[in-house]
Design a protein around this ligand. Sequence first.
Ligand code: SF4
Length: 290
Amino acid sequence: MPQPQRKFPPWIKKRLPAHPQADRTRDILARHRLNTVCRSAQCPNTGECFARGTATFMLLGNTCTRSCRFCAVEKGAPEPLDVSEPERVALAASEMKLSHVVVTSVTRDDLPDGGAAHFAAVIRELRARMPEATVEVLVPDFQGSRESVRVVVEAGPDVFNHNVETVWSLYPQVRPQADYRRSLRILKTAKELKPQMLVKSGLMVGLGERPEEVEEVMKDLLQHGCDILTIGQYLRPSPQHLPVVEFLEPSHFERYGEIARRMGFRAVASAPFVRSSYNAKAVQKEANSK
Ligand code: SF4
């Protein structure tokens, strides 16, 4: 039985003024037939990011083979792989004049490499068409495949991101088909393969985790080569998804940010509306300045 949505506290309300640039962004994405995680995952920052002319491309279709209980992306039978997608992403990114391109995907457990070669093709296409742009990938766990991580890393992204999403104890409820240790290993493998590449991860809070568990995640991420951390408030996409256990006040996010910086992360974004690709360019710059 779905539980009722908790009332939003004042700091969770976001105004979305109409902006002509947002229409332009939508038009480019539609013309190139591209999905974005912004819309598919009902990201609360979509209006703001589209108005700034940015978006996070979502590869490999609009249907995920997993059923994480926090995520609004459609679940079910995946679509056939479209070999024209890498070029379409690069064309759209170039038309949008992005200086930092973020690409993610649904999880494709049906593909032998989890879609790693497709990510690599997108990176190569972006490098060819936009040599000045930096590229950030937000990848699934590839079911722990070191080979898939190698394929992506060798294509040369500037930032390799894989989100742990939540604390270890909540995995069975939040990410039933994932494994916390496997996700950590993905990050470690990426760092070992290319130590100079920035490695990034993030989690949502408000799902019932304890603060000491969040600090445990920070320590684990640092031990597995992570340079950048993002922390944001979990928001329930629909009554069918996990309920919000707590809306953390902004001061709690500041506190987590301070702890993470003190522990040694090169860049941290921690605030209620932070999502893993929110302000990604600025966060990458901050990490590079250290
Ligand atoms: S694997 Fe990713 S896209 Fe798929 S349901 Fe989980 S969070 Fe959503």
